[in-house]
Write a protein that binds this ligand. Structure first.
Ligand SMILES: C[S@@+](CC[C@H](N)C(=O)[O-])C[C@H]1O[C@@H](n2cnc3c(N)ncnc32)[C@H](O)[C@@H]1O
Length: 260
C-alpha cells in the first residue's frame, strides 16, 4: 500500500538530494570554469542562497573553497550541515531568507543554479534578493544565476521528470504545470515524489508557485540593480566554451552576473 508523506518537497532532503544531488558534476565544473573566466577577483570564498541540501556547496567545500549557504527550510539546512560535518568540513549553512540577509564577510562568488530564485513570487522580493547578493559580494565577484525564462515564441516546456536510485532506495519525481498566468507572472506547479524501498512505497505531493520572467522582464529587473553587469549568458548544458545568445524561444539560461 502507498503511504502519503506529510510536508512539502523540501521537507524531505534525503529524497531531494537523491534525485537532484546525483547530477552535480556538470554544474560544479561549470562553476569552477566561471570563477576562472569571468570573476574580477580570485575566487576562494563562495556562498549559495537557497542552498537546500547543499549538493553543490558541499562539493565546493570539499574542493577547498570556503563555502557557506542559507536556506529557509531548517530540515534542508540540517541535512546540509550534517553532511559537511560528517566529511570534516566547516558547518556553514544557516536558516535564513534569501531576500533579507547580510553576511559578516564578503564573498567572491555566489550561485543559485536551478530556479530557486523564481520561488520569489513578487518583484520587490526578487529585487531585494539581488541587492542582498550584490552587497555580499566583493567588487568583481560573481553571481551565477540559473533559471528558466518564459519564451515569447514557441511552446514552453510544461513538465519534467527525474529518477534516481541509491542502494535499495529509488525515487521518481514528476513536475508539471497546473496553470500559467502571464499577467500575474505566476506559474502554479504540482510535483510528486514516488519513493520505493524494498518494503514500502511512499508518495509526496506538493504545489508551489514560480514567478515568470521573459528575457525582457529579467533585463528590466537587472536594470533596477545596477550593481550587476552581465558578464555572460550560458544554458543548462553548462559548457563554458559555448556562451548563448538569448532569443525569443530561449528557456534555460545561466546568467553570469558580475559585481561592478
Ligand atoms: C530547487 S531547491 C534548490 C536547492 C539548491 N540550491 C540546489 O541547487 O539543489 C530550492 C530551495 O529554495 C529554498 N527557498 C525558497 N524560498 C527561499 C527563501 N525566500 N529564502 C531562502 N531559501 C528559499 C527552498 O527551501 C529550497 O531548499
Amino acid at each position: 500500500m502507498t503511504k502519503q508523506l506529510a510536508g512539502n518537497l523540501y521537507d524531505h532532503p534525503r529524497y531531494y538530494d537523491l534525485v537532484f544531488g546525483s547530477d552535480w558534476n556538470a554544474e560544479f565544473q561549470f562553476l569552477l570554469a566561471c570563477f576562472q573566466r569571468y570573476a574580477g577577483c580570485e575566487v576562494r570564498r563562495v556562498f549559495e542562497p537557497a542552498c537546500g541540501t547543499g549538493r553543490l556547496l558541499y562539493r565546493l567545500a570539499k574542493a577547498g573553497f570556503e563555502s557557506s549557504g542559507l536556506d529557509l527550510n531548517p530540515r534542508a539546512v540540517d541535512y546540509c550541515n550534517r553532511r559537511l560535518k560528517k566529511h570534516g568540513l566547516p558547518v556553514s549553512a544557516f536558516v535564513g531568507d534569501m531576500t533579507d540577509f547580510r553576511l559578516r564577510r564578503k564573498v567572491d562568488a555566489s550561485f543559485n543554479m536551478i530556479n530557486s530564485f523564481r520561488h520569489l513570487t513578487d518583484g520587490a522580493l526578487a529585487e531585494a534578493h539581488l541587492r542582498c547578493v550584490a552587497r555580499a559580494l566583493r567588487r568583481g565577484g560573481l553571481y551565477v544565476l540559473g533559471l528558466h525564462l518564459l519564451p515569447t515564441s514557441g511552446t514552453p516546456i510544461n513538465g519534467e521528470s527525474w529518477s534516481a536510485r541509491r542502494g535499495n532506495l529509488s525515487v521518481t519525481t514528476n513536475l508539471w504545470i497546473v496553470h500559467r498566468d502571464a499577467q500575474k507572472r505566476l506559474e502554479h506547479y504540482r510535483m510528486t515524489y514516488s519513493i520505493y524501498t524494498p518494503t514500502e512505497t511512499y508518495r509526496l505531493t506538493d504545489e508551489f508557485h514560480f514567478r515568470t520572467y521573459t528575457a525582457r522582464q529579467f533585463d528590466q529587473l537587472l536594470a533596477r540593480v545596477p550593481e550587476f553587469e552581465v558578464a555572460a549568458t550560458h544554458d543548462f548544458a553548462y559548457e563554458i566554451d559555448r556562451s548563448t545568445k538569448i532569443r525569443s524561444d530561449t528557456e534555460d539560461v545561466v546568467y553570469v552576473l558580475r559585481k561592478r
